[in-house]
Ligand binder design. Structure first.
Ligand code: FES
Ligand code: FES
Length: 157
């Protein structure tokens, strides 16, 4: 049986987008393959790694677990939405300056989670940052430099 299609209107990185999507299409695939926003990555595809993190109505979510039809009317920010005219924001610069990136696969999710941490906690301790990063897995860096970057961005803001 052919997929059922559904019309959605969604704001992505400040831009209103109308689209007809399959009721089976995941948000992650909608962003990557229909909008060409490839910052969110697929690793586990089952909500374990955080590589597919995006912000949905102000909260980080795993876009591999959400259907595109579920975001009808919502606001989404992806990693591409953080920079301004090609200039990185403070959190992104903190990751660069602290050498927090190796292969880079987990980094979009780490940066967006870092943003969420400093939004939710005024002066997050190192312990709090580590706890809040529990849903984001990195296989390269050993995490310390990622925590350093978020701690620095939190202090700065
Ligand atoms: S790809 Fe979505 S949580 Fe791992
Ligand atoms: S930098 Fe490679 S998985 Fe995190």
């Amino acid at each position: 049986m052919a997929d059922q299609m559904y019309s959605i209107i969604v704001t992505v990185n400040g831009q209103s987008i109308s689209a007809d999507v399959s009721t089976e299409l995941r948000l992650l695939d909608f962003l990557r393959y229909e909008l060409d926003l490839t910052g969110a990555k697929e690793v586990c595809g089952e909500g374990e790694c955080g590589a597919c993190t995006v912000v949905l109505n102000g909260k980080t979510v795993n876009s591999c677990l959400i259907l595109a039809v579920e975001v009808d009317g919502a606001e989404i920010t992806t990693i591409e939405g953080l920079s301004n005219n090609g200039l990185l924001n403070e959190m992104q610069n903190a990751f660069v300056d602290h050498h927090s990136v190796q292969c880079g696969y987990c980094i979009p999710g780490m940066v967006l989670t870092g943003e969420q941490i400093i939004k939710d906690h005024k002066n997050p301790s190192r312990e709090t940052i580590k706890e809040e990063l529990a849903g984001n897995i990195c296989r390269c860096t050993g995490y310390q430099k990622i925590v350093d970057a978020i701690e620095f961005a939190a202090d700065k803001r």
